[in-house]
Design a protein around this ligand. Structure first.
Ligand SMILES: Cc1cc2nc3c(=O)[nH]c(=O)nc-3n(C[C@H](O)[C@H](O)[C@H](O)COP(=O)(O)OP(=O)(O)OC[C@H]3O[C@@H](n4cnc5c(N)ncnc54)[C@H](O)[C@@H]3O)c2cc1C
Length: 401
């Protein structure tokens, strides 16, 4: 191999570059990123950057000196537009083609939109520029409607509410974060938001955005009622950024489809939010939009490109910060899992829960319980038997207040 190209210059792309150098790759290394900024961290965008607790520079992942030491041909502000697998070429938006012997795809995901998303006052949040634009809008003291109560939507709502704004969240599911964590944790998250004065409209969809003179004026719900809004944040989930790979012969179902080695084709690997791979630990295919996974998977993909041939079998980890609460989760959280409290009590705002599925512990979740959840993680790693937990009380359905 003479040249390795990495497309996507963020958490996964940067980690892959560092891992390759760390592992002794001395050949040419090119890192291509569409954004103009050097690699930066996204989790603070919906937290410290929105509230203003951090200055924007603080999200930068490496100094310019660190990047120079990597001896990487860094192509910022350049979009990859096509991949020629057989010819080993990545085409760029400026017409240039870059040849490669090894390729790592780390292009992440792109936010979903609604029709009329181009009205002024309608925001999505994926990039640093999105976050700075949204913060500037929030500083004008608007009425805010957040569409979607997944992690991103609930974090944005918490940040906006912390800034003292009037915030309403609209969500078609009966409770927030239901898909990742289920009804019971979702109800606790709903209560957390209500306790902080955020309004929730759950179990109802958005019919359309309303606007006048090119500006958003509100959100019309499925039952015809309207929520007036000066700022609308669309937090509708994301789609893998694979459009540039269309027609490349790579399998693109939910992201770039890889095997257990994170390999999409000979010499071509994928990592981070864009990669779907078979996780042998759980015996299932998954694609994770988790910060820790971007790092771990990029290291694995880089190692496998250099010949490790090691299956990537992590226990997924995710955290979210909302108001004064940190939720941390290791493992998987199937909708039909049995959920039991194994430490503390939700009433006290500090507890840990375990998720059992098919007789095994498959996930643990901590609510302001970092030490306990770190200890319990071992049970997911070891695929411990669920029997021991069936003697502790099941997590009672929390009441909505
Ligand atoms: C606001 C926000 C808050 C988050 N909070 C948390 C959290 O609290 N906890 C947690 O675990 N995770 C969180 N995440 C998720 C975490 O940030 C992601 O999992 C992580 O950033 C994924 O890294 P990545 O490198 O795979 O993709 P990305 O960070 O999305 O980077 C992909 C890069 O590729 C570039 N790119 C795309 N297409 C092309 C192309 N064709 N050519 C060139 N470049 C291209 C993109 O511009 C982007 O810079 C959050 C994400 C966001 C957006």
């Amino acid at each position: 191999m003479k040249r390795i190209v990495i497309v996507g210059a963020s958490a996964a792309g940067l980690t892959a570059a560092e891992a390759l150098r760390h592992r002794g790759w001395g050949g040419d290394l090119t890192l291509i990123g569409e954004e103009p900024h050097p690699p930066y961290d996204r989790p603070p965008l919906s937290k410290q950057i929105l509230t203003g607790a951090w200055k924007p520079e603080r999200v930068t992942l490496r100094s310019l000196q660190d990047l120079a030491r990597l001896e990487v041909d860094l192509r910022l502000g350049q979009r990859a537009t096509a991949l020629d697998v057989a010819g080993g070429q990545v085409r760029l938006g400026n017409g240039e083609s870059i040849g490669f012997d090894g390729l790592i795809i780390a292009t992440g995901v792109a936010p979903r939109h609604l029709p009329d998303s181009d009205l002024a006052g309608v925001h999505v949040l994926r990039t640093l520029d999105d976050a700075l634009g949204l913060r500037a809008a929030l500083l004008t003291g608007p009425r805010v409607v957040v569409v979607g109560a997944g992690f991103l939507g609930t974090e944005v709502a918490a940040a906006a509410r912390t800034m003292g704004l009037e915030v309403t969240v609209v969500e078609p599911e009966p409770v927030p974060v239901r898909r990742p964590f289920g009804d019971r944790i979702g109800t606790l998250v709903a209560n957390l938001h209500r306790d902080h004065g955020t309004r929730l409209r759950c179990g109802i969809s958005v019919r359309r955005l309303r606007g006048a003179g090119g500006r958003v004026t509100g959100v019309e719900l499925g039952d015809g009622t309207a929520l007036p809004a000066d700022v609308v944040v669309l937090a509708l989930g994301s789609t893998p950024a694979t459009r540039w790979l269309t027609g490349s012969s790579l399998r693109l179902r939910d992201g770039v489809e890889c095997d257990a080695l994170c390999r999409a084709a000979p010499g071509i690997y994928a990592a981070g939010d864009v990669a779907s791979w078979h996780n042998p630990h759980f015996g299932t295919r998954m694609r994770l939009e988790h910060r820790m996974n971007a790092t771990e998977q990029a290291m694995a993909a880089a190692g496998n490109l250099l010949g490790d041939a090691k299956p990537f079998a992590p226990v997924p980890y995710f955290w979210t910060d909302q108001y004064d609460t940190r939720i941390q989760a290791y493992g998987m959280f199937p909708p039909d899992a049995d959920v039991r409290i194994v430490h503390g009590d939700p009433v006290d705002g500090c507890f840990a829960a375990a998720y059992g599925h098919h007789g095994r512990v498959v996930g643990v979740l901590g609510w302001n319980a970092p030490r306990q959840v770190r200890t319990l993680r071992r049970l997911v790693v070891e695929r411990a038997s669920w029997t021991a937990f069936t003697v502790v009380p099941a997590l009672r359905p929390a009441t909505v207040h």
